[in-house]
Design a protein around this ligand. Structure first.
Ligand SMILES: Cc1ncc(COP(=O)(O)O)c(C=O)c1O
Length: 443
């Protein structure tokens, strides 16, 4: 345990060091911290500085002092505020400890101030920023080099760029029967339309995809193969091979939205690996680390790299370079990797909790997923979303994810959205109550 060398007051640096030790498990939740005297000796500071640091940590809700007993480490973020629960936003709970973010931002500050042209760097991101995340993704998902990728503002911009660059090939994008509302919005913004392809529990059916390509003339496929949003399935390697073969046969391009790749349980084979000449690989740090640093990554087929770069430069001149530095620092300090592991662990626990409280049998991604799909007939799904909202649990209206004419038959529960697991538990009990009642809402 060491104090950082920032210019922060001593007691804050001490508080940060103790918080970092809690985050890394050196001081366990519920345990008693060493005495003020012991901490003073350990850090070579005065007892007065320790007292101020402990006051700071109490104010942050990290520890609690008990008269005559000592100072105890509190459970982080596990209290339910009792308010409306929002299960509409696919956001991960906060797993980034302040002290670790401080450490990364200090590193980012130093790097950022040294950037060329005061920060007007290459619109694709600096070579270093791209190398750091390419390396991280290579270790965890798919082989990428710095020159294969561009950094952008979230996966959302990555999708918009891919759609825009591919638009001359066809105005129709084929996708699953329900999809991410942001993808629908991006397509609509460009005057493009999305058409559904029939699915089973692994994704698009090869025969249905071939038929849709044949009859619609579409030459663009958008898919989220890991934890599809909203339907929650994962496409395994055999199905990916079949679908990639069909895409090649029809000379169709695939936009692979791997934003939930951190939860992949069926191996690492990506469409990018299968068909690099026709795949736009898109991901971001939003779901695997934190949406605070919405660094998006897009790896287009090599011959379309220049077109994507041109468009990115015209739209916004790329990711703000400070965010690129912060993301790189989060990866280099190990914070990103630890956050990803913490999210996977949390997601596994939350899926089990959801199965238990809702009495669900098998779910498509039992090892952890950020959202769970409850299948039900379309009319019931809309009613259910409305009744849940009235009971204090907000759920995205199924129609928001609808592709084509057929209404969506189910609802998505964003189980990672509540910061505290206790809040999710309360929401799931409310949902179980609604599922258990036969009352129909007149529409
Ligand atoms: C499937 C999918 N793709 C892309 C995005 C957008 O990601 P970002 O926040 O990085 O822009 C989301 C966000 O919810 C998503 O669910």
């Amino acid at each position: 345990m060491q104090l950082d060398d920032s210019n922060l007051p001593l007691h804050e640096r001490l508080a940060n060091a103790v918080e970092a030790a809690i985050a890394t498990g050196q001081f366990q939740t519920g345990s008693r911290l060493p005495t003020h005297r012991q901490l003073a000796q350990q850090f070579s500071v005065s007892i007065g500085s320790v007292t101020r640091a402990i006051d700071t940590l109490s104010a942050r809700g990290v520890v609690r002092g008990e008269i005559g007993r000592g100072t105890f480490v509190l459970e982080q973020g596990d209290s339910d505020d009792g308010g409306v629960v929002d299960l509409t936003v696919n956001a991960p709970p906060p797993v980034v400890p302040l002290a670790r973010l401080n450490e990364a931002s200090l590193m980012a500050n130093r790097q950022a101030l040294g950037l060329a042209h005061g920060g007007y760097v290459d619109p694709s991101g600096t070579e270093r920023q791209r190398a750091v995340i390419a390396d991280w993704l290579s270790q965890s998902r798919t082989a990428l080099k710095a020159d294969d990728i561009l950094l952008c503002n979230g996966a959302q911009q990555g999708l918009h760029l891919a759609f825009a660059v591919l638009q001359p090939r066809s105005n129709i994008i084929l996708t699953e029967t329900a999809t991410f509302p942001g993808a629908l919005a991006a397509a609509a913004n460009l005057g493009m339309s999305m058409a559904p392809v029939a699915i089973d529990d692994e994704g698009m059916l090869p025969t249905a995809l071939a038929q849709a390509l044949e009859t619609s003339g579409a030459r663009i496929i958008y898919t989220t193969p890991v934890c599809q949003n909203p339907l929650g399935f994962e496409t395994g390697p055999a199905r990916r091979r079949e679908l990639a073969t069909i895409a090649r046969r029809y000379d169709a391009m695939i936009i692979e939205d791997d934003i939930y790749g951190v939860y992949a349980a069926k191996g690492r084979l990506t469409y990018r690996e299968l068909a690099p000449e026709r795949v736009f690989y898109v991901t971001s740090l939003s779901k695997s680390v934190t949406p605070l640093v919405r660094e998006g990554v897009i790896a287009p087929p090599p011959e379309l790299m220049a077109a994507v770069r041109k468009r990115l430069r015209a739209e916004c001149w790329g990711l703000p370079p400070y965010i690129g530095e912060l993301a790189a620092a989060m990866i280099e300090t190990g914070l990103a990797g630890d956050a990803a592991s913490a999210l996977r662990e949390e997601a596994r626990a939350r899926v089990a909790l959801t199965q238990d409280l809702l009495g669900l049998g098998a779910v498509p991604m039992p090892d952890g997923a950020p959202h769970v799909w409850l299948a039900m007939d379309p009319l019931k799904a809309e009613q259910f979303a409305r009744r849940a909202s009235e009971a204090g649990v907000r759920i995205t209206p199924p129609s928001a994810t609808q592709v084509g004419e057929a209404p969506v038959s189910g609802v998505r529960l964003c189980i990672m959205a509540p910061a505290a697991r206790a809040t999710l538990t309360r929401a799931l009990k409310i949902i179980a109550g609604i599922l258990g009642s036969d009352e129909d809402v007149v529409v």
